[in-house]
Design a protein around this ligand. Structure first.
Ligand code: COA
Length: 223
C-alpha cells in the first residue's frame, strides 16, 4: 500500500502540476469525441453525409469523405473546448500558482504525493455565488490516470471542505461539465448536490451535447 501525503503546493511542483493539468484537460478531448460519437444526431449527420453523395452522384469516395469530415469535426469540437480551456487557465491562475493561490486570503492549492511522485491536485478560491453568501469554490481537481480509483480525489475533496469550514464558508461550490462522468459521480458520492445544469452556447459544444453542471456541498454548522 503506497503512502499518500496531501500538502500545500510549492514552486518546485510547477512542472509536475502543469503536466497533470494539461494532460488531464487534453484527455478530456477524447472523452468528448467518444461521447459525441454516441449521440443520435451525429449518427443522423453521418448517415446523411454518407447517403447523399452516394444517391445523388453515386460517389462512394465522397460518401466516405463526408463521414470522415463529421468525425474530424466531432474531434475538433472537444479539442477546441478542452485544449482552449487548458491554454486559458495556463495564462491565468495556473501561470503563477504561488502568486494566485498562496498569497491571498481564502485561496489555496494542494498537491498529493504518492511515494514521492506527484499524483493529484486541487485548489480552493473564495466564491460569492450564487448570492452574496461566503462560499469556497473547489477547482483544479485532477488525479493522474495511473492513480485513479484509489480514493485520492475523495481525500482532496475533504481537504477543500475542511479548509472552507475553517474559513467560515457556508458551502463548497463547483462547476464541471456533464461529460466528466467520474467527476460528477465523485461529487455526488461526497454529498454534493446538483444545483443547476445549463446548456453551453457555442455550436461546437452543442454538437457534442456538453452542458455545465453546478454542485454545492453545504457545510454542516456542527462540523
Ligand atoms: C474525477 C477524478 C478526479 C476522480 O479521481 P479518483 O482519485 O480516481 O477518484 P476516487 O478513486 O477518489 O473515487 C471517488 C469517487 O468518484 C467516483 N468515480 C471515480 N472514478 C469513477 C469512474 N471511472 N466512474 C464512475 N465513478 C467514478 C466514484 O463515486 C468514487 O467513489 P466510490 O469508489 O466510493 O464509488 C479523476 O477521474 C480525474 O482526474 N479526472 C479528470 C479530470 C477531471 O475531470 N477533474 C474534475 C474537474 S471538476
Amino acid at each position: 500500500m503506497s503512502s499518500l501525503t496531501v500538502r500545500q503546493y510549492k514552486n518546485s511542483d510547477f512542472p509536475a502540476v502543469k503536466k497533470i493539468f494539461i494532460e488531464g484537460c487534453h484527455k478530456l478531448a477524447y472523452t468528448a469525441f467518444f461521447h459525441g460519437l454516441k449521440l443520435p444526431h451525429n449518427w443522423v449527420l453521418m448517415l446523411l453525409g454518407f447517403l447523399l453523395p452516394l444517391l445523388s452522384v453515386g460517389s462512394i469516395f465522397l460518401a466516405i469523405l463526408d463521414v470522415v469530415i463529421v468525425l474530424v469535426v466531432l474531434w475538433l469540437c472537444g479539442r477546441r473546448f478542452f485544449y482552449g480551456y487548458a491554454t486559458e487557465c495556463m495564462a491565468d491562475d495556473m501561470k503563477d500558482i504561488s502568486k494566485y493561490y498562496l498569497q491571498r486570503e481564502g485561496y489555496n492549492f494542494w498537491v498529493v504525493e504518492s511515494d514521492g511522485e506527484l499524483v493529484g491536485t486541487v485548489a480552493a478560491v473564495p466564491s460569492y455565488l450564487p448570492s452574496v453568501e461566503k462560499n469556497t469554490e473547489l477547482k483544479r481537481m485532477n488525479v493522474v490516470s495511473s492513480h485513479r480509483g484509489k480514493g485520492i480525489s475523495k481525500v482532496l475533496c475533504r481537504t477543500v471542505i475542511e479548509f472552507a469550514h475553517k474559513k467560515g464558508s457556508k458551502a463548497v461550490v463547483l462547476s464541471t461539465t456533464t461529460l466528466q462522468m467520474p467527476a460528477t459521480c465523485l461529487y455526488r458520492s461526497m454529498g454534493f448536490k446538483c444545483t443547476n445544469i445549463s446548456d453551453m452556447t457555442q455550436f461546437t459544444e452543442r454538437l457534442i451535447s456538453m452542458q455545465w453542471i453546478f454542485f454545492r456541498y453545504d457545510i454542516p454548522s456542527s462540523k
